[in-house]
Design a protein around this ligand. Structure first.
Ligand SMILES: NC(=O)c1ccc[n+]([C@@H]2O[C@H](COP(=O)([O-])OP(=O)(O)OC[C@H]3O[C@@H](n4cnc5c(N)ncnc54)[C@H](O)[C@@H]3O)[C@@H](O)[C@H]2O)c1
Length: 267
């Protein structure tokens, strides 16, 4: 998507330092939005924001651990102060800890719940408070939560992760209904990305081998490609274009939706 269809919009992208989040931040900026990156990786996050600034976009970085309510409050205030408003939230920060069910660790399950579920929930809470009429930004907006194809299929060794992404999917729909019925002027949707070879995606491919489910990484990746009608892995740009669309006026009557961006893998 290259049209400046997000000109004047102000976005916060969590987990925007690298991977899918960084690509979404770049695509939002290319579409004309100002973009704040929130991440726990301060050096990388500042570098990513700096790179976007060189393209002429208004950008900033704020240190944000999405599991922390108080840090969210500060991040939203910093976004409004730096960008002059806040009307797009990309709830992208997430973690995946691979395990067969037989080996699940309580600590790992809790960490994934904390980042993927608590982080997404707090992000929506603070976005609603700021974006709804009378809020610190007050102009409505759009939220895109990054769920996963894992919320729509039964892929082995990611039971805990898939559960958290199913929760993101369900929370998206309830938040959309509340925002609509209570007149917040905020649309809420989610994406289900297929496997993308980011740090997280390649770690998963390695973990699948370690779990004994594939002989090597190329076989692990090959089996995903085989299950994908469009015959390839996802690219970060595929996710970024879909996120830009859901934030844009072209998606003005879309809320409470989950959009698969998975080459048909979850179909
Ligand atoms: N890569 C894939 O195959 C894939 C597929 C489906 C969904 N997803 C989802 O897409 C999103 C991005 O994944 P990615 O592949 O770019 O992963 P990644 O690991 O490459 O990047 C994740 C980013 O989130 C940040 N992050 C992690 N915990 C955080 C926290 N507590 N607070 C703030 N930031 C935090 C990291 O520092 C990093 O910058 C995740 O929600 C992931 O679950 C990824």
């Amino acid at each position: 998507m290259s049209a400046k269809n997000l000109a004047g919009r102000k976005a916060l992208v969590t987990g925007g330092a690298r991977g899918i989040g960084a690509a979404i931040a770049e695509a939002l900026a290319n579409a004309g939005a100002s973009v704040m990156i929130g991440d726990i990786l301060a050096d990388l996050g500042k570098d990513t924001a700096g790179r976007l600034a060189k393209t002429g976009a208004k950008t900033g970085f704020v240190e944000l651990n999405v599991t922390d309510d108080a840090q969210w409050e500060k991040a939203v205030a910093a976004t409004v102060a730096t960008l002059g408003g806040y009307d797009i939230l990309i709830n992208n920060a997430g973690i995946e800890i691979t395990s067969l069910v037989v080996d699940l660790k309580a600590e790992d399950l809790r960490r994934m719940c904390d980042v993927n579920i608590v982080g997404t929930g707090l992000g929506m809470k603070h976005a609603f408070r700021a974006m709804r009429p009378g809020g610190s930004a007050g102009a409505g907006g759009a939220i895109v939560n990054i769920a996963s194809v894992a919320a729509t299929i039964a892929f082995p060794a990611i039971a805990g992760y898939s559960g958290t992404k199913s929760a993101v999917d369900r929370m998206t729909r309830i938040a959309a209904v509340e925002a609509g019925k209570l007149g917040y002027g905020v649309r809420v949707n989610c994406l289900y990305p297929g496997l993308v070879p980011t740090d997280m995606g390649m770690q998963l491919a390695n973990d699948i081998v370690a779990a004994g489910l594939a002989p090597d990484v190329s076989a692990a990746v090959g089996s995903v490609v085989e299950q994908t009608p469009l015959g390839r892995l996802g690219e970060v740009g595929d996710m970024a274009d879909a996120a830009v669309f859901l934030c844009s006026n072209e998606a003005r009557f879309i809320t409470g939706a989950g959009l698969p961006v998975d080459g048909g893998m979850g179909t």
